[in-house]
Design a protein around this ligand. Structure first.
Ligand SMILES: NC(=O)c1ccc[n+]([C@@H]2O[C@H](COP(=O)([O-])OP(=O)(O)OC[C@H]3O[C@@H](n4cnc5c(N)ncnc54)[C@H](OP(=O)(O)O)[C@@H]3O)[C@@H](O)[C@H]2O)c1
Length: 350
């Protein structure tokens, strides 16, 4: 297992993180998995044996049950595992049971600590943007949690690039602890993140934790043109994340994943994971697994090396047209692009 520095922080994180959205499995999360404490113990054991040193959860997963299961399953093993959790989504029906106000963050952090059975959270992430709470209030509350020793690092998730820049600006101005990472959706199924989220990470020293790196299983090789995936698969339910805007491109990508997997005598899932792991700025992929077999498959991706040719073929089959202003920059500004710009435009300017 390789360990990468989480952005500009000193923390080293395994290239695979264990996702726990399927721990518990109540409400909307029931389509993801229904893993109880014993199953979680086994998944954590497999991940730990492979060298994984971080677990990602959120207060909202199964309304707190995922955090509770992580805490119970980890037990004394908590000390050598980094725990990442999140705040922002509704945890009740009250007017202050959601969002990123000081009030909600402080209550939510205490509740997460209780459920996780620990007295500190390694990485506390804001789960989504809150455009109605001043960033200064949110960042001051997070900074206070760090100073109180309840949180060690803070991160964002699902922010736009301008949200991130604004937040980093507030932190710098007020001398608050800054976000060290962002948790984003980024996969061969959709590479939108390359336009702005990856460049801002490279420029600002933010680690990238990738959620749903298999697009919720779409890239595992079991969804193919004209066939039906095995019974129980998530995308056979009414699960709609991530949205599929170009089915043809997705199926072409899946066929190429399967072809490359055969060349390496491995699975399409491993090839899809190894591709994203090789991309600039990426620190760790948060993998989810409904079964232990899936988890073992995904963990092995940490050792898969794709060739430059594999990567450029996958780049080509999954490519989307450049959006504005990037097509214009590629055409007119290639004389003055910086390294972060080139992560997107490098292959467009010849
Ligand atoms: N920050 C956020 O907003 C956000 C959002 C979503 C997720 N997350 C985090 O990211 C983690 C991972 O998300 P995810 O579960 O959507 O990730 P994913 O890796 O894209 O999808 C996992 C699903 O794909 C299928 N699968 C996985 N490995 C497979 C394999 N080797 N072969 C065949 N099928 C396989 C399984 O579903 P089936 O068996 O049902 O097909 C599994 O539950 C979550 O646990 C959570 O920690 C964060």
């Amino acid at each position: 297992m390789e360990y990468r520095q989480l952005g500009a922080s000193g923390l080293r994180v395994s290239t695979i993180t264990l996702g726990t959205m399927g721990f518990g499995g109540t409400g909307w999360a029931s389509a993801v998995g229904q893993i109880g404490v014993e199953g979680a113990r086994r998944q954590i054991g497999l991940a730990r044996d492979a060298g994984v040193n971080m677990i990602d959860t959120a207060d909202v997963y199964s309304n707190g049950l995922s955090e509770e299961i992580v805490g119970k399953a980890l037990g004394a093993g908590r000390e050598d595992m980094l725990l990442a959790t999140k705040v922002r989504m509704p945890m009740g029906d009250g007017p202050n049971d959601a969002g990123l106000s000081r009030h909600h963050i402080m209550r939510a952090a205490e509740a997460s600590l209780r459920r996780l059975g620990t007295d500190y959270i390694d990485l506390y992430q804001v789960h989504e943007w809150d455009g109605q709470t001043p960033l200064q209030e949110t960042l001051a509350a997070l900074d206070d949690l760090v100073h109180a020793g309840k949180v060690r690092y803070i991160g964002a998730s699902n922010y736009a690039a301008w949200h991130l820049m604004k937040a980093l600006g507030v932190s710098e101005l007020r001398n608050y602890n800054r976000f060290v990472s962002q948790q984003i959706y980024y996969s061969l199924q959709n590479r939108d993140a390359e336009s702005e989220l990856v460049p801002v990470s490279l420029d600002q020293g933010l680690g990238i934790l990738v959620w749903s790196p298999l697009a919720g299983g779409l890239l595992s090789g079991k969804y193919r043109r004209g066939t039906t995936a095995p019974e129980g698969s998530r995308h056979l339910s009414d699960w709609d994340e991530p949205p599929v805007n170009d089915e043809d491109r997705l199926y072409n990508t899946i066929e190429l994943l399967i072809e490359i997997a055969e060349l390496h005598s491995t699975s399409a899932a491993q090839v899809a994971l190894a591709y994203t792991m090789a991309k600039p700025g990426v620190t760790s992929l948060i993998v989810g697994a409904r079964t232990e077999q899936q988890l073992a498959d995904n963990l092995a991706a940490a050792d898969l090396q794709l060739s430059a040719d594999d990567i450029s073929r996958l780049d080509a089959v999954s490519a989307e047209p450049l959006r504005y202003p990037f097509w214009h920059q590629a055409k007119t500004s290639s004389d003055r692009l910086g390294p972060a710009d080139l992560s997107l435009l490098g292959r467009h300017i010849g």
